[in-house]
Design a protein around this ligand. Structure first.
Ligand SMILES: C[S@@+](CC[C@H](N)C(=O)[O-])C[C@H]1O[C@@H](n2cnc3c(N)ncnc32)[C@H](O)[C@@H]1O
Length: 322
């Protein structure tokens, strides 16, 4: 157990290093994954672990796919860095332990295990919500093998979209999303949980920004430059938006003017995602699977007005009309 704690702390150190050495990060995430697989004894090829759970509000991905999220190394790095900073900020401001609610932990609670190895249980307490019973079972095994029970208030096998919060929560963390917020239930989960929290609670991610843009698919992804040209901001999905959102309204419902003089050098209309995990910890365009462009349609041959709606339901996503 001590060996595993030392290993997790070293992983935390690499993640927290401000200078990014990509190769070192890659090796470290590989080591992290190996440790998680060893502790949980998950068989990634097992068909039972590959079953998604489809609800009326999006898909909860199967245990294998949730386990594999660790492979998205910039995502994992940035979320863990944001979580460390948020806990530090809360510890500065309050007496006693910081209580984190983790909605959609997967089988490993990947985004928080390095924190549990670093803080004491007097500093950090954790409630976990996970809809997939298979993932919950593996998570309990990991927690027990690491001797982390003392950090756990509860591991709850319930739907975060309808869950009623019973405790005073300082930080909410949830990464239940795909690029452009399609398919998975990040939006309904945050709408339910954030509206039950006080304004002082920290939300991770702090803001998911969606922009409509032209893309030239033939230019490489450098994160900047003329692969994209932004047309309009579609959404800042943050605490303020959630608190002011009326459930009868669509999350996005916008009319946007497209002009062929602007789109000449481009061939697709896309939704771009960038994620402010917490404060200056960002995941920018194309840095992660969560921030690759979502292609809506080819650029039009004539000037036109596009109506774009983001609609919740079984498959959260876009309705585009002109
Ligand atoms: C994208 S995975 C992320 C796993 C892990 N947090 C990580 O970052 O590596 C999302 C997880 O959220 C869970 N989930 C999806 N919808 C949920 C819901 N409505 N309530 C609770 N958990 C949910 C899925 O089962 C899955 O384990």
């Amino acid at each position: 157990m001590d060996k595993h704690l030392t290993q997790l702390r070293k992983i935390a150190e690499v993640i927290l290093a401000d200078e990014l050495d990509y190769q070192v990060l890659l090796n470290t995430m590989e080591e992290y994954k190996t440790l998680l697989l060893e502790l949980s004894t998950i068989e990634l090829e097992d068909i039972a672990n590959r079953k998604n759970i489809q609800s009326g509000n999006g898909v909860a991905i199967g245990t294998t796919w949730a386990a594999r999220c660790v492979d998205d190394i910039m995502r994992t790095r940035q979320f863990i860095r944001g979580a460390f900073k948020a806990v530090d900020d809360k510890l500065d401001k309050k007496e006693g332990a910081v209580h984190v609610l983790y909605a959609g932990s997967g089988p490993f609670a990947t985004l928080l295990l390095p924190l549990l190895a670093t803080y004491s249980d007097h500093q950090l307490q954790l409630t976990v919500l996970e809809i997939n019973p298979g993932s919950v079972a593996f998570l309990k095994k990991v927690v027990s093998k690491l001797g982390f029970e003392k950090y756990i208030v509860k591991i709850i096998n319930e739907d975060a979209i309808s869950y009623k919060i019973k405790d005073a929560i300082d930080i909410l963390i949830s990464e239940t999303m795909q690029h452009a917020l399609v398919k998975e239930p990040q939006v309904p989960i945050m709408l339910n949980l954030v509206n039950q929290l006080p304004p002082s609670a920290i939300i991770i991610p702090e803001c998911i920004k969606l922009e409509l843009a032209y893309m030239n698919i033939n230019r490489i992804a450098t994160g900047t430059g003329d692969r994209y040209k932004t047309i309009n901001t579609l959404l800042h999905f943050n605490q303020s938006f959630i608190n002011h959102h009326h459930p009868s309204k669509n999350i996005i419902d916008k009319s946007v003017e497209l002009s062929i003089s602007d789109s000449k050098a481009f061939n697709k209309i896309v939704v771009l995602t960038s994620i402010q995990v917490y404060q200056n910890e960002w995941i920018k365009y194309d840095e992660s699977g969560l921030t690759i462009p979502k292609i809506l349609r080819p650029t039009p041959a004539t000037d036109q007005t596009l109506n774009i709606k983001y609609v919740l339901g079984e498959i959260p996503g876009y309705e585009v009309a002109n």
